[in-house]
Design a protein around this ligand. Sequence first.
Ligand code: ARG
Length: 439
Amino acid sequence: MMYAPVEFEFSEADYPPVEYQRKQQYWDSIRLAIFTLVIVAIIGITIGIVAHFVVEDDKSFYYLASFQVTNLKYRENYGLRTSKEFIQRSHQIERMMSRIFQHSGAGRFIKSHVIKISPDENGVNILMVLMFRYPSTGSAEHFRKRIERTLYQSLKTKKLPFTINKPSFTLTSIDSKKMRNLLNSRCGIRMTSSNMPIPAYSSKERIVQGRETSMEGEWPWQASLQLKGAGHQCGASLISNTWLLTAAHCFRKNKDPSQWIATFGTTITPPIVQRNVGKIIVHENYRRETNENDIAVAQLTTRVEFSNIVQRVCLADSSLKLPPKTSVFVTGFGSIVDDGPTQNKLRQARVETISSDVCNRKDVYDGLITKGMLCAGFMEGKIDACKGDSGGPLVYDSHDIWYLVGIVSWGQSCALPKKPGVYTRVTQYRNWIASKTGI
Ligand code: ARG
């Protein structure tokens, strides 16, 4: 009560404008709130839409399929996973699986890999891994039934090259670890850390004479051979759990295995895996003057376990012929300019095979290319392997399986016109490799 008159006095004079101001403020804040809400909604919806496309809510599901094929006769070489017979048959069977599952109602078919072809009284038995993407909320068992149904449907409606004996067909859901273990029985398969296949040309073209590095798991057979105390000397390729294939000239200065270590991973430091070397076998007829038979194998003291990051490459069958201008990839930690330093990050370059006739031309290497050598690069130069890449892999991709076709051996300087890289032609040494390693 005591203050009432004072209050009254003030309010008489000021009330109306304050009221007006308050109203104004009230509407301003409503407007601001609505505006903010709209902006938030727009941002939210945009993020939602982007997320929907970028982060699909799908998960990989793996299955092991086993079935009899009755219109196929077993052949001895099916037992050898690197034989031409096994590879060709596997591709045919994998292609048939794509035909059955692609664009079928059975979800997103990713790929399939034959693991084993074994003899069977009715023909042959096939063991293979199937990979699908499905919404992560579904159950593996539910999808398994769906896959089975799709397959049975195809047996009835599609004309397939192989006759699958329906009662023999079994499909089992497996986890990613089991899948990886099964695939480890096959060489030259690349996978991301989330177990997705790395498609052949996913990789941007990055060059040894250029920029950028490879992603982890892209070249899982690449190794770095290092001399204790002197660091990286050469590249090498993993061809089994214990054997590396490399160039003979890498051991010109030092052949003592105890002085060498091998590392794996896309950087030299830190490496993903490191091993001591227990044995070095240089080709008996290696000639330093002519670079002939520039091939050697090195055995690790303890085996490496295969993973998505460390994996062996396939050795090409001695019958593999690459026509000129075939795309091949070379990888290494070598320098990016002549006489430059070793690179800590692995690099890659796409090059093309060049026929020995062209490579032996007077204006190219003038007869220096022998039948154990393979030229690859470009006549205009620019892209090439270089110092420090020696011993490393030149690989060729066939149906997403990678084959070692060359070993970085020599070249006149690096990336000069008409002076392409010269590689050891691995197919010529297939028997030599087998005689030394049993692979
Ligand atoms: N011999 C070299 C080395 O020791 C590599 C030669 C590759 N040169 C080339 N131009 N492709 O690392």
